[in-house]
Design a protein around this ligand. Structure first.
Ligand code: FAD
Length: 396
């Protein structure tokens, strides 16, 4: 069994099966030896750790949610712990995997025909190709459901086959700067509904440019994407996506994973702050011996503990088929808000060194801002919960 994390104060991990605990232990070893030691460097250079793709694939970290590609039986709770562990080592690597294996592969698993799943999921799980998920646009982030402007127009070719022509712009697309396959969400001009398209790159009319000067999740290469008359054959339209409601199913599944990712950010910062507090001496004593520092550590650990409980339950609900949009929205909003408090407490404990990469907290502190914002801001996820509570949607 994997040794418990000190930050798993209530031993929640004991609820995983023995094989899951063993698998988690192997993943933690990989992260400690091959990811964590190089994370600051990638972050500073603003480069995704693409060389890790074969190892990540070998360890079964791509596509472990889908029967077609899972390398061993596992639960949503296990996958949550995996997301926590990856993020605890490096939130950028967690996002890189989350976009490829979470958003893009889930879009195909939820929205693809049997043929499309068979064609793409094994290749993506093997890391042969890297995928991205293109929903957000320059003019539409929180309101993509109603505002999405990218268009898809169906036309008949001379050989009698149908194809689609995509036009529009996307922004913030993770892995988008180098992805081989980009799931593009676009509005069908005929029925005004959002549909999903698998765009293989490079292709004429598709142009991606890396977003520079980011100060959060720097080792995730996000892109602005322009689509000018990009042609996609009908066989590459996700056949089971009929409207934005189907996109919401994908987000329901991935948002719970982002909650676990936020938890990993908090745990990474907490562990670094605790180690620093024990070694840093002021007034002749380790700062860990001061009551106010202990209170900050206790508050951080209480946040983490409450969030593990919430994440465990939302993932169990997914395993039980009970998870609804508002359940994952609450988890994403609540956990990332506590994450933000926690990384701030941890940064305070590390004093001036807390703003410098070398002391273990600064990267989590900066990365927390993007995790707080993507896959629905705190406000939008709160409004999804508010709609469930009141029966009134405040955002349409
Ligand atoms: P806006 O929607 O403009 O919101 C600005 C502010 O207004 C927010 O505080 C918001 O909560 C608030 N607001 C808006 N509407 C309301 C309302 N009705 N009531 C109350 N408050 C409101 N997108 C992808 O498609 N694919 C990706 O891979 C991807 N990766 C990302 C990675 C990073 C690092 C980042 C930063 C973003 C990524 N995104 C991605 C985009 C992300 O999902 C959006 O940034 C997010 O949905 C918020 O949209 P916005 O930034 O346009 O903010």
């Amino acid at each position: 069994a994997a040794p418990l994390l000190d930050a798993d104060f209530y031993a929640f991990q004991h609820q995983l099966s023995e094989p899951e605990q063993r698998a988690l232990s192997g993943i933690r070893h990989f992260l400690d030896t091959e990811v964590r030691p190089f994370a600051d460097d990638h972050w500073e250079r603003a480069e995704s750790p693409r060389h890790l793709v074969p190892r990540i694939a070998e360890l079964g970290l791509f596509g472990n949610a889908f029967p077609e590609t899972a390398q061993f039986p596992n639960s949503a709770v296990f996958r949550g712990w995996v997301a926590l562990e990856i993020s605890r080592a490096d939130p950028s690597t967690a996002t890189f995997i989350g976009v490829h294996s979470g958003l893009a592969m889930t879009a195909i698993a939820v929205g693809g025909s049997a043929e499309q799943k068979a064609e793409w999921l094994p290749r993506l799980a093997a890391g042969e190709l890297v995928a991205a998920f293109g929903l957000t646009e320059p003019g539409h982030g929180s309101d993509t459901a109603r505002g999405l402007e990218t268009t898809a127009e169906r036309r008949r070719r001379d050989d009698g086959e149908d194809e689609w022509v995509l036009n529009g712009s996307k922004r913030w697309i993770g892995n988008g700067a180098f992805a081989d396959l980009v799931v593009i969400w676009a509005r069908d001009v005929a029925d005004d509904q959002v549909k999903g398209f698998l765009v293989r790159t490079p292709t004429p009319g598709f142009h991606a440019s890396k977003i520079e000067r980011k100060q959060s999740l720097r080792a995730v290469e996000n892109a602005d994407i322009e689509l000018s008359g990009v042609v996609v054959p009908e066989r590459d339209r996700l056949q089971e996506i009929h409207s934005f409601r189907d996109v919401a199913i994908v987000l329901r599944l991935t948002r719970a994973d982002v909650a676990w990712q936020g938890l990993g950010v908090a745990v990474g910062a907490y562990e670094a702050a605790l180690a620093y507090a024990k070694s840093r001496v002021q007034f002749g004593k380790p700062i860990a011996s001061f009551q106010l520092v202990q209170q900050k550590l206790a508050n951080a650990l209480a946040n983490i503990t409450a969030c593990i409980a919430l994440c465990m339950r939302v993932s169990q609900m997914q395993d039980e088929g009970l998870q609804a949009d508002h359940h994952s929205a609450m988890a994403k909003a609540f956990v990332t808000a506590r994450m933000r408090e926690t990384v701030a407490l941890c940064r305070e404990i590390v004093g001036g060194n807390g703003i410098q990469l070398d002391h273990g907290v600064a990267r989590y502190f900066a990365d927390a801002e993007a995790v707080y914002t993507f896959e629905g801001t705190f406000d939008m996820n709160s409004l999804i919960v508010g709609r469930a509570i009141t029966g009134i949607a405040a955002f349409v």
